[in-house]
Design a protein around this ligand. Sequence first.
Ligand SMILES: Cc1cc2nc3c(=O)[nH]c(=O)nc-3n(C[C@H](O)[C@H](O)[C@H](O)COP(=O)(O)O)c2cc1C
Ligand code: SF4
Length: 410
Amino acid sequence: MEENQKVLTKRWRKVDPRELTSYRKLGGYEVLQRVLQMKPRLIIEEIVKSGLQGRGGGGFPTGKKWESAASFESDEKYFICNLDESEPGTYKDRLLAENDPHQLIEGIIIGSYAVGAKKAYIYVNGNFHLAHFLLERAVNQAYEHHFLGQGLMGSDYSLDIEIFVGAGAYICGEETALINSIEGKRGEPRKRPPYTSECGLFNKPTVVNNAETIASIPWIMEHGGTKYAQIGSNGDVGTKIFCIDGIVKNPGAYEVPMGTDINDLIFKYAGGIESGDEPWFAQIGGSAGQLVPPNSFADSPSYSRDANVSVGSGALLVISKNQDIKELMLSWMNFFQRESCGQCVPCREGTFRLKMILERLKNGNFSKEDKDDFHKLIWTLDNTTFCALGKFSAIALKDVVKYGFCKELE
Ligand SMILES: Cc1cc2nc3c(=O)[nH]c(=O)nc-3n(C[C@H](O)[C@H](O)[C@H](O)COP(=O)(O)O)c2cc1C
Ligand code: SF4
């Protein structure tokens, strides 16, 4: 992507992530000054106009979420930056924090001001040591320079940011489990409704946004929602960071306009396929992602409900024809079985039993009963679990069956 079209990564390798002064020299915190003179309602209108959709995987409209949290009367409200990012193959949020932490802080301040929160949290994955160090340093610098704290930047608005370090559990990326974790409870999802925007952290109106969503906010407020809505194609707006890995020549994180198709992601951005290899399929969205065969590489990952390919976390793993599908299936289920929080039986037992079945499949002692149970358990995970993790664990396995990638399962 051209340098001047970038929204999220434009300062990467130009800004010193350790220094607020370096961020300031590149225009940082300028838009915040202007935003603090605006009515919160007008900020939310700008975000609605931008069409920004949450980058945490679900694609929920950010403006709508802010509108909802702002609409509830309460003395206390919270704004949370979700930087748990435990989806395998996904590292965009960590890189955003490591390369440009003040951009995130500026986005958090704007979001908190817009919804009326006086306290914000950054929920950072405990394995992200550098991101944690840089964020803590950036928050301290923001306090020293009065971008945080009482009457920030000379306004009558006050905000505190606290960094909360999670233990790196996948389920704690789910917003209600994350809230439980901050409250000192077990990291288990809550029943909804009530929704977080009305009854979230400490039962107060709360916004939880993904770090990449928040990193888009300063740019939108600087250039306007309309300009943001003009980026992208095929009905999806703005830019997105894809983490491209597997048998590509140049694996890494790439910011691209939404609407970019899989072929371009692989060939234009990641340098194409390594010589001597051939793609079998791509997995989009981490271990929770669907499988896409090469004859659908002209599709673009989208947040639209009826899209052929969903964006998910934005991970794109290109799998070689030489890969062993049985090993892959077992590695996916190992992950979900380990990360299941255990709160509901279908997921706790279902992921465990599927793992056993997949072990037998890999070791060559897969029976007719195993095959029947495999299909029943997939259905159970897909339809009966308490939260989306159960459903996630079935996505790739269903696609293995759909595309006939493993003949024993047919
Ligand atoms: C099992 C599970 C794991 C999740 N992990 C993350 C995560 O690591 N980061 C994230 O931002 N959202 C994650 N989500 C989605 C969050 O629940 C929530 O929708 C998101 O943080 C909202 O932010 P957004 O509107 O900006 O996308 C996860 C959801 C589920 C069901
Ligand atoms: S589906 Fe899995 S992760 Fe979600 S509540 Fe049930 S046991 Fe926990």
